[in-house]
Design a protein around this ligand. Structure first.
Ligand code: NAI
Length: 410
């Protein structure tokens, strides 16, 4: 990119948001002075390439595929935002090699999941799902038998991260006693108590709620043995990942009445769209709540995602910060007065920093601050410099064979 073009882009960064991203993102980015266009659908590969000729920043949700071809044919692109949790739809490595950080919003729906679990605990305790279906079918099922309050009951949280710890606070507010198990030592919130093992948690909880990530260690984490350790009449809730629970073993645990019910939001095999049929061995069992992976699907979560990713764009474009980027070395910075800030992405090869510093010193510029973060492939370098001619300096750095992308931030 030549320097004239580069300058023009900084003054007038154009952002394309596709797939009906919440309008709060457009509002926030326009407040920052960026030009933002919205479209409602997920463009295909060729259409996207054609569109990206006039945009430097792209926001997508889960359906737009950012392929190698899209990245290689979109030289103006400097940042991508996934306004969702997952980033599988993006060729992350290719984006990184082209100097493009990818941002997402992994925790914007934390509270939504925690609230769903609260609703499910009460629903299971009162058999709301079954009684609701019966009432719709004209059956009057008025009895207190098997119905309990959640107050005073023990909630066992497996995985005390963002969601697990939020749930802990909400559950205590309803008078529940909270115990948790995590592989990492975590500070217990409120009156929650850490268990030394998952077995200890399973043996003591009236409700077990899973909030672990999908890893080789959590695959089939809850199977026949673990279910048998749970208290008779207890409940299992899984709104984490479908691979964590062995469904066939859970079915047995329910049929034998060892468990009094379960609420499952995630499955080993989930339909890829709302048009595909959903099938599970859990269908038709009593006091079993099945939901279509909606733990984080709320309007508030979409709003929070819109804010979180647009804030990442702002910080990257105006400050140079890559904090939270999923494919990029992370640098978190604040703006500086009285200097020019240059953002540089380079191939991580021996001597590259010396080469860049040599260029700066030859140009007679003074380095006020330098921040470098690297991974095995690339280096991300922020330089605060005093220079009379920042455009020429950028031009000289761009001549290096190791340069991937260089840009003036402010
Ligand atoms: P997080 O990363 O903040 O917390 C996960 C916790 O699990 C961490 O504290 C970690 O140390 C712990 N952990 C990891 N391996 C463990 C093991 N083997 N045993 C015990 N603890 C272990 O993650 P966050 O944001 O709380 O999400 C938790 C899960 O919820 C993830 O699987 C995520 O995919 C899922 N999720 C589901 C949604 C839905 O719609 N149902 C929406 C959002 C997240």
């Amino acid at each position: 990119m030549d320097v004239k073009k580069n300058q023009d882009h900084e003054k007038n960064i154009k952002i394309l948001l596709v797939e009906n991203i919440h309008t709060i993102a457009k509002t926030r980015l326009e407040e920052e002075g960026f030009e933002v266009d919205l479209i409602s659908y997920a463009p295909g590969e060729d259409e996207l390439i054609a569109m990206l000729k006039k945009y430097q920043v792209l926001g997508i949700r889960s359906k737009t595929e950012i392929t190698q071809k899209v990245i290689q044919n979109s030289q103006h692109l400097i940042a991508i935002g996934a306004f969702c949790i997952g980033t599988n739809q993006i060729q992350l490595q290719e984006a990184k090699n082209s100097g493009i950080p990818v941002f997402n919003a992994p925790h914007a729906n934390t509270r939504s999941v925690a609230e769903l679990v609260i609703a499910e605990m009460i629903s299971l305790s009162r058999q709301l799902g079954d009684r609701n279906m019966k009432a719709h079918a004209g059956d009057w099922m008025k009895t207190a038998e098997g119905s309990k309050e959640v107050r005073g009951k023990v909630l066992g949280i497996v995985g005390y991260g963002h969601i697990g710890s939020q749930l802990s606070i909400l559950a205590e507010a309803m008078g529940m006693k909270v115990i948790f198990y995590d592989v990492i030592k975590k500070l217990p919130l409120g009156n929650a108590r850490a268990m030394r093992s998952i077995e200890e948690l399973l043996e003591n909880a009236d409700f077990v709620s899973l909030h672990v990530p999908e890893t080789p260690q959590t695959k089939n984490m809850i199977a026949e043995k673990e279910l048998s350790l749970m208290k008779k009449g207890s409940y299992l809730i899984n709104a984490s990942r479908g691979t964590v629970v062995v469904i066939e073993d859970l079915v047995e645990g329910l049929k034998s009445k060892h468990l009094a019910g379960c609420a499952i939001d995630v499955f080993p095999h989930e339909p890829s769209s709302n048009k595909e049929k959903f099938e599970s061995p859990l269908q038709g069992l009593s006091n079993v709540i099945l939901t279509p992976h909606i733990g984080g699907s709320t309007e508030e979560a979409q709003y929070s995602i819109g804010i979180e990713v647009s804030e990442s764009f702002r910080k990257f474009l105006k400050v140079g910060s890559t904090a939270g980027a999923v494919n990029f070395p992370n640098i978190d910075l604040i703006p500086q007065q009285g200097v020019k800030r240059i953002q540089n992405v380079h191939k991580n090869e021996p001597g590259v920093l010396g080469e860049i510093n040599g260029i700066i010193s030859k140009a007679g510029a003074n380095i006020q601050g330098q921040f470098l973060s690297t991974d095995e492939k690339i280096g991300y370098l922020i330089m605060d410099v005093e220079s009379e001619n920042i455009e020429n300096l950028v031009k000289d750095i761009e001549k290096s064979s190791r340069n991937i992308r260089t840009r003036v931030v402010f």
